[in-house]
Design a protein around this ligand. Structure first.
Ligand code: D54
Ligand code: ZN
Length: 294
């Protein structure tokens, strides 16, 4: 089935929904965790399966991390039964960045075409959201983040040019990178969700160093463009009690509001960050001096 031909009068296929809930963990609990325990609590291993919504609900700020890769026609966003909602966005807002081939999202009848690395924000109250790929041999991969919302903000696409760009770090400290702030209040209004994408330059491997915490928000990192045979070591935990999780390409990791979130790759890579909480001020982080890390 050619998605493009369907896009004007979409016929919805019944997409499967995988849903997992994760409790919020405390710092004292995390100190005692094994490698496997850490991975079960924080790592999200698989986000893209053909025509299947894969959701992980974190009880930190009720953040939903998910993925959808439409390959056989149009797939429609439905509320997992665990949300006890009449429709997915009844009490939520949704952000996404396409990390696959070109695709289309139709929100309450309005179509948005998303190329690689383009973002879309969909406001609370939007009843119908449909996803499709323009070429099922090169399917779109929509990386999805959703948070509770108590008011409706307008749906809007944010292209790469519209992102607010911050040049950070240096090659000398192996952390030269561009932060693309995409779904952020400098660019568009949102309720509490913020999303963006950070691209590391060749030869730079460290993100978010010096590391920081922000009590006011939790965060989720999604690593991609990790070359075959390489990996990213993600650091978490309280600044004086850090732990690490080895991450493969296209995996995500939940960062509690009390935890640092930084990583070093065996090559450069790109990652998407998403946040939720009570303060939309991106710059309110508490920095940890590098020599003080333990
Ligand atoms: O709170 C902000 C987030 O952790 C990220 O935006 C940080 C980041 O992309 C980086 O420094 O590389
Ligand atoms: Zn952060």
């Amino acid at each position: 089935m050619q998605s493009e031909q369907n896009s004007l009068t979409p016929t919805t296929t019944g997409a499967k929904i995988a849903f997992e809930s994760r409790y919020a963990s405390s710092p004292n609990e995390v100190k005692t965790m094994t490698t496997e325990g850490l991975r079960q609590a924080f790592l999200i291993e698989k986000l893209f399966v053909a025509d299947e919504f894969r959701w992980t609900l974190s009880f930190f700020d009720r953040y939903l991390t998910g993925g959808i890769m439409p390959v056989s026609g149009v797939v429609s966003l439905e509320a997992p039964e665990q949300l006890k909602a009449a429709y997915f966005l009844e009490r939520r807002e949704l952000g996404m960045i396409n990390v696959g081939g070109p695709g289309r999202v139709v929100a309450d009848g309005v179509a948005y075409d998303l190329e690689y690395k383009e973002a879309l924000y969909i406001g609370q109250g939007t009843k119908s959201v449909e996803f499709m790929s323009h070429d099922e041999d090169k399917p779109a991969r929509f990386y999805l983040n959703s948070t509770p919302a108590h008011t409706s903000c307008p749906t809007r696409k944010v292209s790469r040019q519209e992102a607010n760009k911050l040049e950070m770090g240096s090659l000398e400290t192996a952390n030269n990178r561009t932060i693309n702030q995409m779904l952020i209040n400098k660019v568009l209004p949102t309720c509490q969700l913020q999303m963006g994408m950070t691209e590391l330059k060749t030869g730079s491997v460290w993100n978010t160093m010096p590391a920081h915490t922000h009590d006011r928000r939790m965060e989720v990192y999604f690593y991609f463009e990790v070359p075959e045979g390489q990996a990213v070591c993600h650091f978490m935990g309280q600044p004086q009690e850090t732990r690490h999780i080895w991450m493969q390409n296209e995996q995500a990791v939940i960062s509690p509001n009390w935890s640092i979130h930084a990583g070093a790759g065996t090559s450069n890579y790109t990652f998407i960050w998403g946040m939720a909480g009570e303060n939309l001020d991106y710059g309110d982080m508490d920095f940890c001096a590098i020599p003080d890390l333990r």
